[in-house]
Write a protein that binds this ligand. Structure first.
Ligand code: SDX
Length: 427
């Protein structure tokens, strides 16, 4: 046990236990601080706050390390599959071949959605943002599955988790089809999880759809890279919503809402829009200058990270995948050259170096997804599709954590102190 942390407040000394994990920073256990001192800690954005214990994902921001249940993201991206990573995150160990086959079969048996769910799409305008549709339709799942909402029943939690992982591709593909005015395709469970998604998205009833193996592999790898990421904003949203005992489908809809923000998962859409706005490498200095200008709210989208202060290991894999997809599809996209030049120029600029800003997972993903044929508005939907397994794994871990209770932060109050009401005639 590490020596206790000492705090002196109003002349009183207080000791707080220091807890160590298996790896990474120690934590100061301040659960008794308010009771003993009458003071709160203050940490907007939670930059120095551990909200929970977790065994799922470990990130070392300085070393650019990302482990899922101890396995490095680079090895999982190269050697694993998204279904296998889903099993790993949910169960804690890599599956045997038999376990993986059974898990994949189980997931495939939940890919269809209730036929009435299709009616929810009809209420949206065709030009509705697909993330608005995802918030609405995934939230609506909470009205369909009353047999899997006793969150204290492990069996029901697992069925809800399987349903969410299995139905996200179907709903995501339906959101895309609705936006382009094409009919929905039912899942085809003879295909892989990712192949099924590609067919539901890009296939049409009038023709046979052939899954391109190179695209299927790249998409599967992109899903792996987005599966989970410690206590990021949307995962913390799911945990907080779930801490009240809320319906699991509604909790995931809350995570989707948070992920949509351009500072979080919405950055992949914003990054590609920014690359389009930059256009050619010649205009890069102009945008770098704007990103550095304190009076300009513009930020270089796809750059920077709350935790990674060296590089985002996922961006490294993503950049490599761009080259593989471009070769497989025999495409060239000048935006990729602009992205490479932007990274090169930004990383040689003192502002970005000293603030440790470099490409994150969202910077290159848009270039690949565009090459595959997704419209920019679908990029964050794909992020939500992949991150669903992380959200449900973290939600399960939160519910089974004996330390967890309803999340209810306090505040530093800076408003008016008590004052008497003044009737309107006397104001
Ligand atoms: C994701 O948390 C996760 O794990 C998220 C994620 C996941 O998998 O779940 O990894 C996915 O959300 C990746 C991040 C995607 N967001 C973007 O690419 C949007 C652009 N990036 C920024 O908005 C920002 O970098 C954040 C939000 C990602 C991180 O913000 P922080 O840690 O709160 O840092 P900050 O906003 O306090 O910035 C520190 C400094 C500031 O300057 P000073 O006030 O100190 O002078 O760096 C500057 C910022 O102005 N800065 C940038 C910048 N990002 C930060 N300046 C220009 N361009 C940027 N992109």
């Amino acid at each position: 046990m590490t020596e206790a942390a000492k705090l002196t407040l109003s002349g009183q000394d207080h000791d707080y236990p220091v807890l160590s994990g298996s790896v990474g920073p120690d934590v100061v256990d301040i659960r008794k601080l308010y009771g003993q001192t009458g003071a709160f800690t203050y940490d907007p954005g939670f930059t120095s706050t551990a909200s929970c214990q977790s065994k799922l994902t470990y990130i070392d921001g300085d070393e650019g390390v990302l482990l899922h249940r101890g396995y490095p993201i680079g090895e999982l991206a190269e050697q694993s599959s998204f279904m296998e990573v889903c099993y790993l995150l949910l169960n804690g160990e890599l599956p045997t071949a038999d376990e993986l086959e059974k898990f994949s079969w189980t997931i495939s048996r939940h890919t269809m959605v209730h036929e009435q769910l299709a009616q929810f799409f009809r209420g949206f305008r065709r030009d509705a943002h697909p993330m608005a549709i995802m918030c609405g339709v995934v939230g609506a799942l909470s009205a369909f599955y009353h047999d899997s909402t006793d969150i204290h029943d492990p069996q029901q939690r697992m069925i809800a988790s399987h349903r969410l992982i299995a139905k996200m591709p179907t709903i995501a593909a339906m959101a895309y089809k609705y936006s382009v005015g094409q009919p929905f395709l039912y899942p085809d469970n003879s295909l892989s999880y990712t192949g099924n998604f590609l067919r539901m998205t890009f296939g049409v009833p009038a023709e046979q759809y052939e899954v391109n193996p190179a695209v299927e592999k790249a998409m599967d790898r992109i899903f792996i890279l987005h599966a989970d990421h410690e206590q990021n904003a949307s995962t913390s949203t799911v945990r907080l919503a779930g801490s009240s005992g809320a319906n699991p489908f509604a909790c995931i809809a809350a995570g989707i809402a948070c992920l949509w923000g351009p500072a979080h998962g919405g950055a992949n859409e914003a990054a590609l829009n920014m690359l389009h706005e930059i256009g050619t490498p010649e205009r890069i200095p102009e945008f770098i200058a704007r990103a550095k200008d304190k009076n300009d709210p513009f930020r270089l989208m796809g750059f920077g990270h709350r935790v990674y202060k060296n590089y985002d290991p996922r961006a490294t894999v993503m950049q490599k995948t761009v080259r593989e997809v471009f070769a497989a599809l025999n495409v060239q996209d000048p935006l990729f050259e602009t992205a490479l030049r932007l990274e090169e120029i930004a990383l040689s600029d003192d502002y970005f170096v000293e603030k440790k800003l470099f490409p994150n997972v969202d910077f290159y993903s848009g270039v690949i997804l565009s090459a595959i044929g997704f419209p920019t508005s679908m990029f964050t939907v794909l992020f939500a599709l992949a991150r669903t397994v992380g959200w449900v794994a973290q939600w399960n871990e939160m519910i089974t954590d004996p330390d967890q209770k309803i999340g209810r932060p306090r505040q530093l109050y800076t408003g008016p102190t008590q004052r008497a009401y003044v009737p309107v005639g006397q104001r």
